[in-house]
Write a protein that binds this ligand. Structure first.
Ligand SMILES: [Zn+2]
Length: 313
């Protein structure tokens, strides 16, 4: 009986299959080879980003729990860094936030080059935080029943440093508040003026404060909220001139850092120096508010200030 050859078409290779089982061609076993496990490490892959260690109490916290708690440690109440968009989401009424100047981007005017060029730093941070073009998000949204001109800085973008774009966005926000008769609320967290922009960043200090002065002339309130850390050029301008200055617990706030002050004055610094609690005791800060209570407290303050304004006007 002759063997019948059947042609079988595979996916992309045409195979010729004999009709009868042919005898083994060699003595080698016809079993398929055991596939080799590929991978760089023999260790079992442990998924990343599920747990975070609290920097204060060193407890391991489930990331989802941390997110639900607005990045506040449920064990010791340590207020961790929170992104600007997440913070806005926690403050304003759903779908009420209209962003202003969302596409404004910094320009490397001075062609600054240090360890890395300013242009490459900007590109890297924009890539890292895909939703941010610079260190502040501004817009108009509703907090409770109040329409508010809201600015929220983001420490995750170049240390929340204030360059021309941060200054310009905040100035335009304050001016929008003045034009529309809205209170201004700014959450500040920053390492200071952006050194890559030299004098241009320092000029933002006067510009923002000038806009706030016009806003104040309209008898409109400005609430400044200081978030850890808040230092230098930002603290020396718009962050410290609020009608009401609030802070989050244990936020570090100051102009120069404690080491610089200690070295300059040659004096021992008091305990808790530059913390929100210390500054509240010494009169700079009006109230320290837990992140979960921030929205309800702001509503209370705005109720009071805007009602007073209406009755005065
Ligand atoms: Zn903790």
């Amino acid at each position: 009986m002759g063997s019948k050859v059947i042609k079988k078409k595979g996916m992309d290779v045409e195979q010729v299959e004999p009709g009868l089982t042919p005898p083994p061609a060699s003595s080698a076993p016809a079993f398929p080879k055991k596939p080799r496990l590929t991978g760089k490490s023999k260790k079992r892959d442990i998924p990343e980003g599920l747990w975070s260690k609290c920097p204060k109490c060193e407890e391991l916290i489930y990331d989802r729990e941390l997110d639900d708690n607005l990045k506040v440690c449920p064990k010791c109440d340590h207020h961790g860094a929170i992104g600007s968009r997440e913070r806005i989401h926690s403050l304003v009424e759903t779908c009420s936030f209209e962003e202003i100047d969302a596409n404004m981007e910094s320009v490397d005017v001075l062609k600054f080059t240090g360890v890395a060029s300013y242009a490459s730093k900007l590109a890297a941070y924009k890539k890292k935080s895909s939703l941010l073009k610079d260190a502040v998000v501004t817009g108009v949204g509703s907090i409770g029943a109040h329409r508010v001109a809201l600015g929220v800085m983001d420490f995750g973008f170049l240390g929340g440093s204030m360059g021309s774009v941060v200054g310009e966005k905040l100035t335009r926000l304050i001016e929008a508040g003045t034009d529309r008769g809205l209170p201004v609320v700014i959450f500040s967290t920053s390492g200071g003026a952006r050194m890559y922009e030299g004098m241009f960043s320092l000029m933002q200090m006067a510009k923002t404060c000038g806009a706030l002065a016009y806003h104040a002339r309209q008898r409109l309130p400005y609430i400044s909220v200081l978030v850890n850390p808040c230092y230098a050029g930002v603290m020396a301008s718009y962050a410290s001139v609020g009608d009401l200055i609030l802070a989050e617990p244990e936020a570090l706030i100051g102009f120069a850092g404690p080491r610089v002050i200690r070295d300059t004055t040659q004096a021992e610094l008091p305990e808790g120096f530059q913390t929100a609690e210390f500054l509240q005791k010494h009169g700079l800060i009006d109230a320290i508010i837990h992140r979960r209570d921030m929205k309800s407290k702001l509503v209370g303050y705005l109720d009071f200030m805007m009602t007073r304004r209406r009755s005065a006007g």
